[in-house]
Design a protein around this ligand. Sequence first.
Ligand code: IFM
Length: 473
Amino acid sequence: MTDFSSPPPGSLPPGFVFGAATAAFQIEGGADEGGRGASIWDTFCRTPGRVLGGDTGDEACDHFHRYPEDIALLRELGVDSYRFSVSWPRIQATGSGPANARGIGFYNRLVDGLLDAGVEPAVTLYHWDLPQALEDTGGWRVRETAERFAEYTHLVAAALADRVPRWITLNEPWCSAFLGYADDHHAPGTREGTPALAAAHHLLVGHGLALQALRAAGVREAGITLNLDRITPASAGPRDVEAALRARTQRNLVWTEPLLRGRYPDSESDTWEDLIARPDFRRDGDLQLISAPLDFLGINYYTPSVVRAAPYREADAALRTAMDNRFEAVPVPGVRHTAMGWPVVPDSLHDLLVTLKEQYGAALPPVFLTENGSAEDDPAPVGGTVHDEPRIAYLRDHLAAVARAVADGVDVRGYYAWSLMDNFEWAYGYSKRFGLVHVDYDTLRRTPKDSYHWYRRLIAAHRGLVHGSDGTG
Ligand code: IFM
């Protein structure tokens, strides 16, 4: 029988927020409806060979029309909070100008529906769907995009701040900058060197400006979500240790140092010279703007990385900055891997949190796990459910790792399971399923999986509503 007592009730602090998360492009669909404009992901999906199976976000999970059903699923799940993202091109079709009333109307209805269901809304302002028109004028390579992002934030906050307590400016800017402009795995899908570093900086500037707009709107809590990685060297040899530092610099420190300490990292790196020194995209006062106090740091965690030193893979030196920084991942043997091929090492989540606390001390704000979950090769629904035991084990063991980090002094305030439902997994299209709820992409029928029922019972157990190791009370 599935164990509902791990992590045990009482092991997470009072008021701990249990949540579930999604993102607009991954679930909404309704791509041509309600005055929505095109985003870089619409363009990317239409570029042959970029997204597996030629999948698009045109219909996705049709949440744009089915949101009442999805709210009902959240209510039944019993989560305290639902993290969703606002689609920028639904609010401003071309990334500038007044708010599109129909776009605002959709999110107003969603927020009101959530509140009626007793679920607190948590908004992410940017989960990768940049209006294509802004990419056409330079995208995140140029500072103007950060300024447009602040205007967009102002519009969304003006409409929703009275009812949305928790706000996240950016989701995983590492992906936007480096997968988008260096590695070409994500939209807009280019392979550039220094422009990717400029994008990283402008994303942070955009965060700082958006934070100002959120403060002006009087929101209760504002933060940013980073996909921080627990990176360890493959050996104790100095070359691997240096390689791990280079990897940590790019993945973690380029974000945490400016945000939490108001400086770029001073780790050894050829690459970061550009980011740190270049006056053409850095302006006086930027680091002060970027390091304005956060109410929380959102962390998305899935899997750790073990890296070793490697020669540059890229022949063109101009393209070596950003991604190709002389390290490569090595396999993690002896552990289960998810359908993404990601090693499952829950202890790494504990270690990541504890190490962050050691590194930043009082400068580390309260933490929310804003995403954690696993893609699994689920069996087809049978008898009104999906038997997804590996996902239950993943969620259970990672929540237990969070509880251990709390016991070790890390101020973790909440946990959002990724994802409420199966959805568009970016370059993998619909081939990877992360959901607590199964989505049949032919009929769009939703079927809660065993993991959904497990999470519901766990939340209830932590509220003292059910007792006993199987949660049956
Ligand atoms: O689906 C994504 C999400 O959009 C951002 N974080 C990682 C998830 C799984 O890859």
